[in-house]
Structures are given as structure tokens and as C-alpha cells.
Write a protein that binds this ligand. Structure first.
Ligand SMILES: Cc1cc2nc3c(=O)[nH]c(=O)nc-3n(C[C@H](O)[C@H](O)[C@H](O)COP(=O)(O)O)c2cc1C
Length: 192
């Protein structure tokens, strides 16, 4: 049996995100962020392909992303409110880490497994930030799925896409937790 780590289990049983719009200053500096990225990179990855990378978006970069929203393809003909809402995600933020899924050509590892690994990196980064006492939230938003936006604003290659923006900052107010799924009803015990 591996040695138990009740503190870690208790963290996992009680962890929750903090809404990005409630996050303020200070945000982690490079020294504080590197261990969080290192923890996130310690994520299961079939075939050791490392099918992800990070872009740390600081204030000026977030302004640049906000400015790119209205000129992206998906914004054409879109309701002004939807555009403004997508911009607000970047306008309100002080720090966000874009987790970029990088699809590696592989005869053995299916693309979907690389996608799962990138999603796992997002959760690992979120949890590392929360465990360090930061408020954090995993967001995407419609621009993150628009090719023209990710190319223009993040310079992504064709084999890359945004798995998530992990917003990290200092927690403001703490809204109530959301309802959690009933695990009993989600679980089947197979013994034959
Ligand atoms: C892939 C992914 C994308 C998400 N994108 C958004 C988003 O764009 N906007 C939003 O309000 N919530 C989004 N969420 C949900 C937030 O992360 C939400 O705060 C989360 O469900 C809280 O869960 P937790 O308290 O268990 O961490 C997303 C979640 C995932 C997994």
C-alpha cells in the first residue's frame, strides 16, 4: 500500500473553482507560477508525447486577446453582447494560462488520448493553483474554438488548439458551491 496522504485527499474532496470574475490582484509571479506549471506537466501522457504546452498571458497580452475578439471570423454578424462578454473574460483577468493541446503525429497514440491528456493538464493546473491558495477557474469561451482567433491572438499552429484558459488570482468573494453529482447513481460495480 502506498503511504496515505489524507490532506491531499481532503483537498480533492472539497476543492472547487472560484469564478474568474471574482479574482483580483495579486497574481502569481514567475517564481510562484513555475511550480504550478511543473505540477500540471506531471500529468498522464500515453506514449510520452507531451501533447500540450503553456502560454502565460499577462496583462498586456490579455488586452491583445480582447482586441482580437471582434475581428475574428466567428464574431462576424454576432450579437454585440456576445462579443463584449467574450472580451470581458480577458478584460477582467490579471493572469491566465492558456493550456494548448498540441496534436503529435503518432502511429500508436490516438488523437483523442492526446486531447484527454491536455484536459487532464488543465485540471492539474487548476488544482495546483487552488492547493497553493490561489483562486482559479478553467474557462474556454467561444473565441477559443475559432481558428482565426487562436491564430491571430495566440499564434497557434494547425495541430494546436486551446484546451482551456486557467485564470489564476486572489480570491475575492466566495460564492456558494455548486451542486455535485450523486456518485452512487453514476457508478456501476461490475463483479462478473
Ligand atoms: C473545458 C471546460 C470549459 C469551460 N468553459 C467555461 C466557460 O467558458 N465559461 C464558464 O462560465 N464556465 C466554463 N467552464 C466551467 C467552469 O470551469 C466552472 O467554474 C467549473 O464547472 C467549476 O467546477 P469546480 O468547482 O468543480 O472546479 C468550463 C469547464 C470546462 C471543463
Amino acid at each position: 500500500m502506498p503511504a496515505p496522504c489524507p490532506e491531499a485527499l481532503n483537498f480533492l474532496l472539497t476543492r472547487r473553482s472560484r469564478p474568474a470574475k471574482t479574482l483580483g490582484l495579486p497574481v502569481p509571479d514567475r517564481e510562484a507560477l513555475m511550480p504550478l506549471l511543473t505540477a500540471a506537466a506531471r500529468t498522464p501522457d500515453h506514449g510520452k508525447l507531451v501533447p500540450w504546452r503553456f502560454v502565460v498571458l499577462q496583462r498586456a497580452a490579455l488586452d491583445r486577446l480582447s482586441a482580437a475578439v471582434p475581428r475574428c471570423d466567428a464574431a462576424e454578424g454576432m450579437d454585440e453582447k456576445a462579443i463584449a462578454k467574450a472580451q470581458k473574460q480577458f478584460d477582467d483577468a490579471n493572469l491566465a494560462v492558456a493550456v494548448i493541446e498540441v496534436q503529435r503525429p503518432s502511429p500508436k497514440i490516438p488523437a483523442i488520448e492526446q486531447t484527454y491528456s491536455a484536459g487532464a493538464v488543465c485540471l492539474a493546473l487548476l488544482n495546483a493553483a487552488l492547493a497553493s491558495g490561489w483562486g482559479a477557474n478553467w474557462l474556454t469561451g467561444w473565441p477559443s474554438h475559432d481558428r482565426s482567433f487562436v491564430q491571430d491572438a495566440l499564434d497557434l499552429d494547425q495541430n494546436e488548439r486551446v484546451a482551456g484558459f486557467i485564470h489564476i488570482g486572489t480570491e475575492g468573494e466566495t460564492p456558494p458551491d455548486r451542486p455535485r453529482p450523486d456518485v452512487e447513481t453514476l457508478t456501476t460495480w461490475a463483479d462478473a
